[in-house]
Design a protein around this ligand. Structure first.
Ligand code: GLA
Length: 385
C-alpha cells in the first residue's frame, strides 16, 4: 500500500514539474483507541497510527516559494513568503502553508520547495487526514532544510498550523499520533508533559482485530460544536479553580461535580474526568496483555460521549450497538465526533460478520452504507526514500 501511494506522489511530481523529486516523506492518519476530548484538557490519549498514509514527494527550490500539487484536488497552488500570515491560503492549501508559517514562526529558515501530495487517508472521516498532511509536509521540509527540530517537538509546530493558520481549535493528539507513533504499538501520551510510552498492541497475536467502521454520517456543525465543548471544559476548570480538568482526580469527581451549577458543564466535565480514568485503566490492561478486557472500557467511553459529551449521532450509535450485538468485545466512536468512524474490538475471525451486521442495521434504518476495514498499528512519519 505504501508503494502505491508513494508512486502516485512521485508520478504526480514528475507530471507537474517535469523533474524528479529529491525524496518522499510519509505520515499516517490515526485512530484513537481511547481518550476522546481529553487532549485539550491536558489529559491522556491512546491513539495508534493507521497503515493509510499521506505521501509528499518534494524537492527544494532556490527562492522562498512553495508550489503544491494535490492528487485529491487535482490543483496546483503556489505561495511565497508574503502568504505567511494566517488565513492567506485557503482550503487544503492552508495545512501546507500553515506548516511553512509555523516553522518560520518558530524561527526556522524554511526551504522553498515543490511538493506533490497523494493520500490514502480517507478525508473527513475523523481519521486525521489533516494531521497526516501537516505531518508529512513538516517532516519533508525539516529534512530538506536540515532544520534542527527534534521529533518530540514537531507535533506542537504542526498543531499551531492547525490551530492558528487553519483556525481549528484542536488539541495535540492527532499530530502527535502521526509523528510519534510506532509500528505495533499504541501511543500513550500525557498531553500535559508530552511524555509518551509506547504500549505494545498486537491484536493478531491474541486472535483479535480492530474493525474501523466509517459511518459516513454527514458532519454536522463540527467546528462550532468542537469549540463549544472545549469552552465548556475550560469553564468547568475555571469554576473548579484548576488549570485544566486533568487536575480533577477521579476520586474527587462527585465533590467537583457538586460545585458545578450548570448541568451541561457538569456533564462535559464528567466525561473528561471519567475518560482520563478509562485511558489509564486501558493502559494497565494492555501492559499485562489482557487486550480482550479493554472492550467494556471502549463501550463505556462511547456511552460517555453519547450521554455526557453529547457528540454522537444516530449513525454512530447504530454502528456501536450493532457491532456489540454481533459479538464485539467493545465499540466506540473515535475522533472528534458528530460522525466519522467507529472502532470495534472483535475476534479476527468475526470481523466480516460484525461488518455485515453493521451494514444490515444501516440498511434497516435507511442510512447510507458504511465502509468497514480492519487496521493494525503502523509507524509514524518517516522519510521513504
Ligand atoms: C479531533 C482533534 C483532537 C482531539 C479529538 C477528540 O480529532 O483534532 O485534538 O481533540 O478531536 O479527542
Amino acid at each position: 500500500m505504501t508503494g502505491e501511494v508513494a508512486a502516485r506522489a512521485a508520478k504526480g511530481f514528475t507530471a507537474e514539474y517535469g523533474d524528479r523529486p529529491a525524496g518522499s516523506w510519509a505520515a499516517p492518519g490515526r485512530v484513537n483507541l481511547i481518550g476522546e476530548h481529553t487532549d485539550y484538557n491536558d489529559g491522556f490519549v491512546l491513539p495508534f497510527a493507521l497503515p493509510q498514509l499521506t505521501v509528499v514527494a518534494a524537492a527544494p527550490v532556490e527562492e522562498r516559494r512553495w508550489t503544491v500539487w494535490s492528487e485529491q484536488s487535482g490543483e496546483q497552488i503556489s505561495f511565497d513568503g508574503s502568504a505567511l500570515r494566517p488565513g492567506a491560503v485557503p482550503d487544503w492549501g492552508a495545512y501546507v502553508a500553515g506548516v511553512v508559517w509555523a516553522l518560520a514562526d518558530a524561527g526556522f529558515d524554511v526551504p522553498g520547495a515543490r511538493l506533490a501530495i497523494a493520500s490514502d487517508v480517507p478525508l473527513g472521516a475523523g481519521l486525521s487526514s489533516s494531521a497526516a498532511l501537516e505531518s508529512a509536509v513538516l517532516t519533508a521540509l525539516v529534512d530538506l532544510g536540515g532544520l534542527e527540530l527534534p521529533v518530540d517537538d514537531r507535533p506542537a509546530v504542526a498543531q499551531r498550523a492547525e490551530n492558528v493558520y487553519a483556525g481549528a481549535p484542536t488539541g495535540i493528539m492527532d499530530q502527535s499520533a502521526s509523528i510519534r507513533c510506532r509500528e505495533g504499538h499504541a501511543l500513550f501520551l500525557d498531553c500535559r508533559s508530552l511524555a509518551v510510552e509506547q504500549i505494545p498492541f498486537d491484536c493478531a497475536a491474541a486472535g483479535l482485530a480492530v474493525l474501523v467502521i466509517d459511518t459516513r454520517a454527514p458532519h454536522r456543525h463540527v467546528g462550532g460544536e468542537y469549540a463549544a465543548r472545549r469552552a465548556a471544559c475550560e469553564a468547568a476548570a475555571e469554576r473548579l479553580g484548576v488549570p485544566a480538568l486533568r487536575d480533577v482526580a477521579f476520586e474527587e469527581l462527585d465533590a467537583a461535580l457538586a460545585r458545578l451549577d450548570d448541568p451541561v458543564v457538569r456533564r462535559r466535565a464528567r466525561h473528561v474526568v471519567t475518560e482520563n480514568r478509562r485511558v489509564l485503566d486501558t493502559v494497565e490492561l494492555l501492559r499485562v496483555d489482557r487486550i480482550r478486557e479493554i472492550g467494556p472500557l471502549l463501550t463505556a467511553s462511547h456511552a460517555s460521549m453519547r450521554n455526557d459529551f453529547e457528540i454522537t449521532v444516530p449513525e454512530v450509535d447504530t454502528a456501536v450497538e450493532a457491532a456489540l450485538a454481533a459479538g464485539a468485545y467493545g465499540a466506540r466512536m473515535t475522533g472528534g465526533g458528530f460522525g466519522g468512524c467507529v472502532l470495534a474490538l472483535v475476534d479476527a475471525s468475526a470481523a466480516d460478520a460484525v461488518a455485515a451486521a453493521v451494514a444490515d442495521a444501516y440498511a434497516a434504518r435507511g442510512f447510507a452504507a458504511p465502509l468497514s476495514f480492519t487496521v493494525t498499528p503502523g509507524p509514524g512519519a518517516t522519510r521513504l526514500d
